[in-house]
Design a protein around this ligand. Structure first.
Ligand SMILES: [Zn+2]
Ligand SMILES: [Zn+2]
Length: 194
């Protein structure tokens, strides 16, 4: 990844749903403000099998706190999830929770020796919550979601959904050890017939 400048070249778009204005927060360290927000999910929130449908509503509970070097944002997001059951591949839809906390440093603050390339900064009075939320969502995303906790999955022999097929579903010749026994039984039957 290219590391050209610590200060982003592009200005934030104040109209983007996850670009938040912190002007209402006093710069006095210790002061805080809370905000609840509903925003549409940005694209590409997810991985191959599971993800957050683009445009689905995310509910955010946010707390902004003035600290010496910037604004500390702590939040919880309730995130809708769409994907496939990891066992039976049925489509599932649910909600999960993602927590995050991030410090946005004032543009004119030098963070000294422990400067960090990933450091997020306020631009004017704006913060961009999207990268923070994206990381939190990807971290909290259930990678093997199940349609229900006791989903029995698919039959390893024929692929039928075991939840539909019922507990009696089985295949006689599924196990080669049984197949051998089956051969002996066949012989016996033939003798009796003969
Ligand atoms: Zn399932
Ligand atoms: Zn089967």
């Amino acid at each position: 990844m290219p590391h050209e400048s610590r200060i982003p070249l592009s200005r934030l778009d104040p109209n983007a749903p996850l670009v938040l204005d912190t002007r209402a927060l006093s710069r006095q360290p210790g002061s805080s403000r809370e905000q609840t927000l509903n925003v549409p999910a940005p694209e590409n929130f997810g991985v191959e099998m599971v993800g957050v449908p683009e445009g689905a509503e995310l509910e955010l509970d946010l707390r902004f706190e003035s600290v010496l070097e910037g604004v500390l944002v702590t939040g919880t997001a309730w995130v809708p999830l769409e994907g496939e059951c990891a066992r039976c591949l049925d489509p599932i839809a649910s909600t999960f929770e993602a927590d995050f906390q991030e410090l946005f440093v004032y543009p004119d603050t030098r963070s000294g020796g422990n400067a960090d390339d990933d450091e997020l900064r306020l631009e004017d009075d704006l913060i961009d919550l999207e990268p923070v939320l994206r990381d939190a969502v990807l971290l909290a995303l259930p990678l093997s979601p199940l349609c229900r906790d006791d989903c029995p999955g698919l039959c390893s022999e024929c692929g039928v959904r075991l939840a539909d097929a019922g507990p009696d579903h089985h295949h006689d010749a599924a196990d080669p050890r049984w197949a051998a026994l089956q051969g002996i039984t066949d012989l016996r039957e033939r003798k009796q017939e003969g």
